[in-house]
Design a protein around this ligand. Structure first.
Ligand SMILES: [Zn+2]
Length: 430
């Protein structure tokens, strides 16, 4: 029931007694007007307070009583609280299954508090992320969460699996790391945040991690072993749903085989939500080092930019022969971009890999197109156009309508799966 309904219900009740109501109205008119006004002001302030406090929490939809409902993180220091027990469970698993030290473990526990109040049911619909560590469930972040359950057990299992495969760098960087370095490793390698990203709240998270270490007695050494095969160095996708169908040259698409469009243009969801001035492509098999995650140039051209930034991560920009620029973002490392500035590139040439550096928590490639500026790939950058206007054989199912900005091309909505051989008509528009 919302406030309006409550108000209506109480009005209905009072209208059932007409005489009482009339009397009250008289009293109000005669004596009570100042009191009424004061009461109204008080009520409005109260409502505003409620609205303000809801605003703060609007990132998360806590629809469960796990961890004690709304006060989920408030009592994490209390050994009898559910959230404390959940954190203890995670700590034990990280210790026994991943060989993490006390300092190492304080990092994911503290970051879990920051990300979700350590609530396995936390959901951020705007960012399409969920769970304790706010994994991507689609959209810009790709779908890392998959069919994980909204429970601590299931999510800790997912985290440990990722620590041993796709996100092994989190663990290798944590070997012998102190508390602050462990926080850096988890934020940068696991959360995909840039070193200087304000989302990290570095000072606060360091203080929280220190408290976590004390409360959970995380005073033990680790035995992370990355040298003898304990840790899988990468995903080995178990099969080949992905028919590679050649080199990717024929498609004029940045990826090859089966893929999804996980982030639209000019908003992640295509026409609502936060701005996203590119399109995210994610192959169905999307490890960071397998061939299925290769990214191919969609045009002939020259490499003009190869660098890292906190949003696009490691990215490469290729200037085509008509002077337009195509941006490919989030490569796992600069080395994963296998071309260099100045290189001449052929359409269909393997240039980089899907990854999730920068502002991304799922493995994908972000493709942006600018007609005039090699650095203009942010929201409203002059010259930016819809990738659907530029790419040949863009899947028609992902194109929603004409662009909302003049001449910048059609809207794109997340869709798929597609196969690069199942082309729709050539809608190139240049
Ligand atoms: Zn993107």
């Amino acid at each position: 029931m919302d406030d309006e309904e409550i108000e209506q219900a109480s009005q209905n009740k009072s209208s059932s007694n007409f005489a009482k109501k009339k009397f009250r109205r008289m009293m109000v008119m005669k004596f009570g007007l100042p009191i009424l006004i004061a009461a109204l002001i008080t009520l409005m302030c109260f409502l505003l307070l409620i609205l303000a406090s809801q605003g703060e929490e609007s990132c998360y939809t806590n629809d469960s009583n796990i961890g004690g409902g709304n006060s989920i993180a408030g009592n994490w220091k209390d050994p009898n609280s559910q959230v404390h027990k959940d954190m203890q469970y995670a700590a034990d698993q990280f210790k026994t299954q991943a060989g993490m030290s006390g300092d190492n473990i304080a990092a994911p526990l503290a970051i879990g508090l920051r990300e979700s109040q350590f609530n396995p049911k936390a959901v951020n619909p705007g960012g399409q992320v969920k769970g304790i560590w706010q994994w991507g469930t689609g959209g810009v972040n790709g779908n890392r969460y998959g069919n994980t359950e909204d429970t601590v057990e299931s999510q800790v299992t997912l985290a440990i699996r990722e620590l041993k495969t796709s996100h092994v760098k989190t663990l290798t960087d944590m070997k012998d790391a102190n508390l602050n370095d462990s926080l850096d490793s988890w934020d940068i390698n696991f959360e995909g945040l840039g070193v200087g990203d304000p989302q990290r709240k570095v000072e606060q998270i360091r203080a929280t991690a220190k408290e976590v270490k004390e409360v959970f007695n995380l005073n033990f050494e680790g035995n992370i072993n990355t040298g003898d095969g304990d840790i899988d160095q990468g995903n080995s996708p178990d099969s080949t749903t992905c028919d590679s169908g050649g080199s990717g040259t024929a498609s004029g698409m940045p990826i090859d085989g089966d893929y999804n469009i996980t982030g639209g243009y000019p908003d992640y969801n295509g026409d609502a939500g936060s701005e996203h001035y590119g399109v995210d492509f994610q192959t169905v098999n999307h490890s960071e080092n397998g061939e299925e995650s290769n990214v191919y140039s969609v045009s002939d051209g020259t490499v003009v930019v190869k660098q890292f930034d906190p949003i696009g991560g490691n990215h490469v920009v290729i200037k085509d022969e008509a002077g337009k620029y195509v941006y490919y973002g989030h490569a796992p490392s600069l080395d994963a971009i296998i071309v260099s500035e100045g290189d001449k590139i052929k359409k269909g040439q393997h240039i980089t890999h899907e990854g999730q550096t920068g502002l991304a928590t799922g493995i994908h490639v972000h493709v942006g197109v600018n007609t005039m500026n090699q650095f203009g790939f942010g929201p409203h950058s002059a010259g930016i156009i819809s990738p659907a206007k530029y790419l040949k054989f863009f899947p028609a199912e992902a194109i929603k309508s004409e662009g909302i900005l003049s001449n910048d091309g059609p809207l794109v909505v997340p869709a798929g799966p597609f196969h690069t051989e199942n082309k729709s008509e050539d809608n190139t528009n240049d």
